[in-house]
Design a protein around this ligand. Structure first.
Ligand code: SF4
Length: 226
């Protein structure tokens, strides 16, 4: 996999060139077929049908706190959340599933607005959805891995997730939006590095983001790794 590389002090950032220079864009609600074994674009479940894993206990507490602030008119399963909580287990490791998808996913017929109730809450509050949603949700379909080296350096690789990254169920999914052989989600009007700019700026910081973007979209391909 070819990557562009930006060295920033003790951290070396690598971004998958083919993905971030492509015109991939999230097409949730615009043809996304979901991640189940049967293609279901009309259900608008996107990749929310399995719920969201919490990164750690702190994230579980944070999502609980955000959920408690959501306007019931914008959160379809508010009553369910009040009755049984927003997690599927007592350790709060993953969000609950209601009617085949994440408890936070408002369905297409919900009068308060379809889509992630956490995302809608952030928009209502004029805040970034990054601060309201589980990490796994705002990072998808990016996959981030970090390696600490013996010399004190840290390497961070950011690439698209693939079917293999979903584990045993990945191969049977009817569709996955980053598949190279399926053009459905490669329809953005801007490169993926721009479509995902808020998320990447949050991860990399503005200066590293701008440097990585210039290497992805510029003519100079000299600084890359294979
Ligand atoms: S990230 Fe991919 S699977 Fe998830 S909602 Fe967007 S297009 Fe669909």
């Amino acid at each position: 996999m070819e990557s562009v590389e930006v060295v920033d002090g003790p951290t070396t950032w690598r971004l998958e060139r083919a993905f971030f220079a492509s015109n991939w864009t999230c097409i949730w609600g615009r043809g996304c077929c979901g991640i189940e074994d049967v293609s279901a674009p009309d259900l608008h479940r996107g990749c929310c049908s399995v719920g969201a894993q919490m990164a750690n206990a702190e994230e579980g507490m944070h999502i609980s706190a955000v959920a408690a602030m959501l306007d019931p008119d914008r959160f379809q399963f508010h009553a369910e959340a009040q009755a049984n909580g927003v997690f599927r287990d007592e350790a709060n490791t993953a969000t609950a599933i209601v009617d085949g998808a994440c408890i936070f996913l408002n369905r297409p017929d919900f009068a308060g607005g379809k889509g992630c109730a956490l995302h809608l809450g952030a928009i209502d509050d004029a805040e970034s959805p990054i601060g309201y949603k589980p990490l796994v949700c705002w990072q998808v379909p990016m996959l981030i891995s970090e390696t600490s080296c013996d010399d004190g350096q840290t390497e961070v690789n950011i690439r698209r997730s693939t079917r293999a990254d979903w584990g045993p169920g990945g191969e049977t999914m009817a569709w996955w939006c980053t598949d190279d052989d399926n053009p459905d989600a490669f329809v953005g009007e801007v490169p993926a590095v721009d479509a995902l700019s808020d998320e990447l700026r949050h991860l990399l910081g503005d200066r590293v983001y701008e440097s990585a973007r210039a290497k992805l979209l510029g003519d100079d391909h000299s600084n890359h790794t294979d």
